[in-house]
Ligand binder design. Structure first.
Ligand SMILES: [Zn+2]
Length: 320
């Protein structure tokens, strides 16, 4: 009997690698003193709150131009692909194949053809495309394409796709400003990096070739990926606050939401009945991320922040 249970056919990831991906996600409000903060930086900055400056970005277009109907979503996404520094770096490293928005069937076929030969196609691709690429329901704003499990650590560039919800959210959980967009792009680029290179933690090289369902479980993996992407968003935010650049003025909603998901993924991993491999990975990851240490209190949580000279303990209330 083979201990290794890798499928004969290449399989899709059993989950979506997306942004804002938690079933039944609540709203996590950042609370400090008595009143909710309008400005998330004020809760964590070193000095007294100042008047927020203009959001600085290398991009000329604004998401407001899309919301106002001045430019098309496609035009905006195309510009993002050219102007954001994180995107440029990912492109230079060969990790990122492109940005996609509302792809046609022909475009989807062409992209799949880059990863699978016709006889490798399995029936589970259609539901994946319908659910992830074509759907505009839910709070998922972005996703990786194609998201095949066998690509993990295979050093093949993948696409980042964007959904309508990033521009037009009905639930009020959409994107408030350009900094929110940039933060979500950073989240996705972290996924791209992890999928492209694999993950090296605690002396363990994680990739499709080195893990199996016996050693490294899918739900553990999913929560680890999300934790890493959310850490990227939060640490970049704190870095900008520390430098008083004030450029990463993500909305209070986005900050609270990201912190809430970070806490949830951290607690999931902390309570996980880990295998030996998972235990090593978890210890190393928690050590590496100890500068943003969540402390769960049931209906609320703290983030103990010790990063870039910031020593703060923002408090968040969970609500549904
Ligand atoms: Zn994600």
């Amino acid at each position: 009997m083979s201990k290794r249970k890798q499928p004969a056919k290449r399989k899709l990831l059993p989950y979506i690698i997306g942004a804002g991906l938690i079933a039944g996600a609540g709203i996590f409000a950042l609370i400090r003193d008595e009143a909710p903060q309008e400005n998330p930086a004020a809760a964590v900055e070193k000095s007294e709150p100042k008047i927020p400056q203009q959001y600085e970005t290398a991009c000329k277009l604004s998401i407001n131009d899309v919301k106002n109907g001045k430019i098309s979503p496609q035009y905006y996404i195309d510009e993002l692909f050219e102007c954001l520094p994180d995107v440029q770096q990912a492109r230079k490293k060969g990790m990122l194949a492109g940005f996609i928005y509302n792809p046609t069937n022909e475009e989807i076929e062409a992209m799949i053809g880059q990863f699978l030969s016709p006889d490798e196609r399995t029936d589970d691709i259609e539901p994946f495309i319908n659910e992830i690429v074509k759907s505009s329901k839910g709070d998922i704003h972005a996703y990786l394409f194609p998201g095949f499990m066998y690509l993990f650590g295979a050093k093949k560039p993948v696409y980042v796709g964007f959904r309508d919800s990033i521009f037009y959210s009905e639930s009020g959980t959409g994107i408030a400003n350009d900094a929110d967009v940039e933060s979500i792009v950073k989240h996705e680029i972290q996924h791209v990096d992890d999928i492209y290179h694999g993950i090296n933690l605690g002396g363990v090289e994680l990739s499709y070739e080195t893990i199996s369902p016996d050693t490294f479980r899918a739900d553990f993996f999913e929560n680890l990926l999300e934790l890493r992407a959310e850490y990227k968003q939060l640490s970049e935010f704190f870095k900008d606050v520390s430098a008083e650049k004030r450029k990463s003025m993500i909305s209070a909603y986005r900050f609270g939401n990201t912190a809430g998901h970070y806490n949830a993924h951290w607690q999931f991993l902390a309570g996980y009945p880990a295998t030996e491999m998972e235990e090593r990975v978890r210890n190393a990851q928690f050590q590496e991320f100890s500068g943003i240490l969540p402390e769960d209190e049931g209906n609320s949580f703290f983030l103990n922040v010790d990063l870039f000279g910031i020593h703060k303990r923002p408090f968040f209330r969970k609500s549904l």
